[in-house]
Design a protein around this ligand. Structure first.
Ligand SMILES: [Zn+2]
Length: 295
């Protein structure tokens, strides 16, 4: 008999130790625990290994960049993430397995598709409510959400829950997708140290078209991200760079000269191969108008 909690802790330690931040199909086939092979994700949705009583993971397939991923529009009014049942039978084998994880307060791993066949693991995730009427579970993607309760939360609690959902789920997935699309490099200067890269929003989160989707993102190093956000430089809709006039007039060290002034009127160096992943022209136009209004 395998300990339900112990095997999950072993899985999470195993995930912590991986060198590639994203995992692929082969990885999902399973891991070795006490001499047994434990499958960690199925072909779809909810996974319960044969040797366990409760689900150990859930999986969301990669969504094409032109479509909204399922997790993006399934946040409840309380700011908490929902996860749909498998099918419409609350007593389907898979739904019962995930309900068991809820009843026994067991952590699970959420494998979210970030490219074809590649997944970002989000963990620990807890099921904190079960809603058969709407055929969905409510998830906590952060410890801070586990004890909030669900449904009728205060305005402050809802805002807190939503902030955590964005921080722990939407932002990491967005970052990973953008960095994968740009081959792990800054679009402006080609710097390729992941720890120095960000996924910059073209239109800020909260704007009507500010969704965390790759065509609203650009992979930028910390310096270029901050320079873009602070309107030191703008990106024209034709993907050339516009450094603000007063910044071009400054005299300073090599970072300003080479890293900022030097990119004026050059084009973005690194772009996604797939056209659908490239910066969206309409979003660039809106953002560039903001930059011009600022200068
Ligand atoms: Zn850069």
């Amino acid at each position: 008999m395998i300990g339900e909690l112990a095997v999950r802790e072993a899985l999470m330690r195993w995930l912590d130790a991986r060198t590639d931040p994203v995992v692929d199909q082969l990885f999902l086939k399973g891991f070795e625990y006490q001499g047994q092979r434990i499958a960690i994700a199925g072909q779809q949705g909810i996974m319960k290994p044969r040797s366990l009583q409760a689900a150990i993971s859930i999986r969301t397939a990669y969504t094409e960049p032109t479509q909204t991923p399922p997790y993006a529009d399934s946040v409840g009014a309380d700011g908490l993430q929902r996860y749909k049942y498998r099918g419409d039978d609350p007593n389907h084998y898979d739904n019962r397995a995930l309900r068991r994880a809820f009843q026994d307060r067991l952590p699970i791993v959420w494998f979210v598709g970030v490219a074809r066949g590649r997944y970002e693991p989000i963990y620990p995730v807890y099921v904190i409510a079960d809603d058969p009427a709407n055929l969905e579970f409510t998830l906590a993607v952060d410890e801070g959400q586990r004890h909030l309760g669900t449904g009728d939360l205060s305005v402050d609690a809802r805002a807190y829950a939503l902030r955590l959902t964005k921080q722990r789920l939407h932002q990491p997935i967005f970052r990973r997708q953008v960095l994968l699309a740009y081959d792990g490099k800054c679009s402006i200067c080609r710097l390729k140290h992941l720890e120095l890269l960000d996924a910059a929003h073209i239109l800020a989160d909260g704007k009507p078209n500010g969704q965390p989707v790759v065509p609203n993102g650009i992979s930028l190093c910390k310096i270029h991200h901050a320079a873009f956000d602070a309107n030191l430089l703008g990106i024209r809709p034709d993907l050339t760079l516009h450094v603000r006039d007063d910044v071009l007039q400054e005299t300073d060290g090599w970072m300003l000269a080479g890293g900022i002034q030097g990119v004026h009127n050059t084009s973005l160096e690194i772009l996604p191969r797939a056209r659908a992943l490239r910066p969206d022209t309409e979003r660039l136009e809106e953002r560039y108008a903001e930059f011009l209004a600022y200068t």
